[in-house]
Design a protein around this ligand. Structure first.
Ligand SMILES: [Zn+2]
Ligand SMILES: [Zn+2]
Length: 107
């Protein structure tokens, strides 16, 4: 998906403030896909955002709700919509936000 398409999508959704802040997106650390990693869970084999399967050594991000996406796909998605594309879970962003706040207080 191009940036323009995503922007159009964001406008279609109608509320640009639904996106996740860069601070929170940074908190999601990508990991490298391994061949056998997803073999047991069928649902995790395809990224629902780009509709393609995970290849070995691609960068992936797993959300706290346990759904998994390409790192690039989910970071772009989260900038326009902070809810998980599969389960619509967005409560986890509150946990991450309070975690960051906590961390900030210790600096
Ligand atoms: Zn993808
Ligand atoms: Zn989810």
């Amino acid at each position: 998906m191009s940036y323009e398409q995503l922007q159009a999508l964001g406008e279609a959704v109608g509320n640009q403030s639904r996106g996740l802040s860069d601070d929170l997106i940074c908190y999601l650390v990508p990991f490298k896909n391994k061949c056998s990693f997803f073999s047991r869970k069928k649902n995790d084999e395809e990224c629902v955002i780009c509709k393609s399967t995970y290849k070995s050594r691609q960068k992936l991000i797993r959300l706290p709700c346990s759904h998994c996406y390409h790192a690039d796909c989910i970071t772009r998605w989260l900038k326009i919509n902070k809810a998980c594309p599969v389960c619509n879970e967005e409560d986890w962003t509150m946990d991450v936000a309070s975690y960051l706040k906590l961390k900030g207080n210790h600096d």
